[in-house]
Write a protein that binds this ligand. Sequence first.
Ligand SMILES: [Zn+2]
Length: 336
Amino acid sequence: MTNEKFKENLLKDDFEDIIGQENVKNQLKSALLMDRHIILVGQPGIGKTTLAKNVAKLMPEKTVCDCSFNCEPHEPLCPECVENKRKKVKITTKTLKGEDMFVRVQGSPDLTAEDLIGDIDPVKAMKYGPLSIEAFTPGKIFKANQGILFFDEVNRCSEKLQNALLQVLEERKITIGSYSFEFDLEFVFIGTMNPDDKSTEPLSDVFLDRFDLIYVEHPASLDQEVEIVLKAGKQMTEFPQKLLFQTVNFVRSLRADADVDRKPSVRASIGLYERAQSNAFLHDRKKVTEQDVQDVIVSVLSHRMTLKPSIKFLKSTDEFIREEYKEYSSRPGDYP
Ligand SMILES: [Zn+2]
């Protein structure tokens, strides 16, 4: 994206919606300054979406055609605008803020090239032309024009779709069936990938060769994670500070545990923070107690983590969490 204003904003901004992650912020900035395609690599729940939304906020306001595809008023490219131009209908415009230009696509093996790129009705194409409003149904990628295409879990897509995406990003070309067109789509591409997701084929080397990967880790310190929890979580009942630090640190200790394979994310910490409060509220307690944390711990944590095979046969995740928490809470910690 050759947008000077966007780059100016980028240099000035500190991504203040994100707590910590200084290295990630720097990597992201330098990649965006060079118009690189980016994939954020990391487990779910560590703020990849928040980061991408923060980038969207830096996009300057834009006046575009009042169509679903945010065409440039001087160079309309969608069927609707092309049709209007042909009929000499006056083009109406709208003004978009940065955050309005954030388009999210969820990667999955079921996502088709038609969903992403578009579809052409061959019969209508013969009669009206392949890019006519009658024949062409544009896909989701067009909605990201002039904005951000946030492609979540891009590694879950089929290879066919990966190739279609590459063609758009690299050659600004789309191919639908036997039709091939050049399209001047302009957007910032930010994909995500969960390195632990083994449910699908890994991304091909050819595909990965076109991207810069930025690794997003769990919050670096307990202080940062508590800050995130307090910022993102709902508040209902008083949560004593020491107990809060202790609770969040328990999630961190599970993350560091050699027996834990898939690790609980910050969402687990936020979940414990919220649920312990509502549990205290239901029991008419003015403050959250250790009992409240214990009451909700399995419900919040057990599906958010998996154990290593070696331990999985000895005990269930529920048992593991209960035992670990019992042991953990019997050790006095040193918290502010
Ligand atoms: Zn348009």
